[in-house]
Ligand binder design. Structure first.
Ligand code: HPA
Length: 273
């Protein structure tokens, strides 16, 4: 069931962007380089789109961008709302449902994350292969219908993962992979939480993405995820974790991410999934 809000949002965006786009990418902290590489850009602030969230995180300007990268059409969501801002796990529901309504088929989510593995250092890119929802929250609580019982067996689409790995190889981008663990934030984890998470099979920790993956799978979108590692998990090194520090390291890893994403975008444009 599409809400009138989503219909209105999709109508508003469709009128502005014209041509349908099959690919959308959510830009996480420090991944603004993709927005800079966008051409024929049409930028629509979230504040103009019915039901879109207003993100208060300084580094997450909220705008839906339409355009081309190296000739390939796509949408970029520059900015996301996080659970920790207002305690709303459904904060990204309208944007994701709107993407579906606009004809988007594939959604790639990016984020900044802490690494639990010494061999995956700050600055590295890591393909998300699966997740552990450590928040106890779910964006589909309150949703109706049997579709809410979403299968997450292939949440991070197998074929898309293969294509992302191949794009990394072809473009010489360094790409690790691992399981992403969602903590609600906004405080960082404790060293004990990081140790526990590692024992449980986590490789990356972060404060976003998982609710969006669940919402996107609910809409039947094909989902992919890539983390940019900005720090080791709490207690793995003596440094004090801060948002400023994660932003600084994100900038250092940006070039590798850009290389990777240009290759992914070109490949999905040439050979759509
Ligand atoms: N923990 C949670 N979220 C994060 C981290 C972290 O260490 N780094 C970047 N986002």
């Amino acid at each position: 069931m599409i809400s009138t809000e989503v219909k209105k949002a999709a109508e508003y965006v469709r009128e502005r962007i014209g041509e349908q786009k099959r690919l959308a990418i959510v830009l996480g902290s420090g991944l603004g380089g993709l927005a800079d590489a966008l051409q024929d850009t049409i930028s629509i602030p979230y504040t103009e789109i019915p039901g879109f969230p207003i993100s208060g995180v300084a580094s997450h300007a909220g705008a839906l961008l339409a355009g081309h990268i190296d000739g390939a059409p796509l949408l970029l969501l520059a900015g996301r709302a996080h659970y920790y801002e207002h305690g709303n796990a459904r904060a990204m529901a309208v944007p994701i449902q709107t993407l579906k309504e606009l004809g988007v088929e594939t959604l790639i989510l990016t984020n900044a994350a802490g690494s639990l593995r010494k061999d995956v250092p700050p600055g590295a890119a890591s393909l998300i292969t699966d997740h552990i929802n450590f928040s106890g929250l779910n964006p589909l609580i309150g949703a109706e219908g049997n579709e809410r019982f979403v299968d997450l067996g292939n949440a991070y689409d197998l074929e898309l993962r293969d294509r992302i790995r191949a794009a990394a190889k072809a473009s010489d981008a360094v790409l690790h992979e691992g399981v992403y663990v969602w903590f609600s934030g906004p405080s960082f984890e404790t060293p004990a939480e990081i140790r526990a998470t590692r024992v449980l099979g986590g490789d990356l920790v972060g404060m976003s993405t998982v609710p969006e993956v669940i919402l996107a799978r609910h809409q039947g979108l094909r989902v992919g995820g890539v983390s940019l590692v900005t720090n080791y998990g709490a207690g793995m090194e003596s440094e004090v974790l801060s948002h400023a520090m994660t932003m600084e390291v994100a900038a250092q890893g940006a070039e590798n991410m850009m290389k990777l994403f240009r290759a992914i975008i070109a490949d999905l444009n040439t050979n759509p999934l």
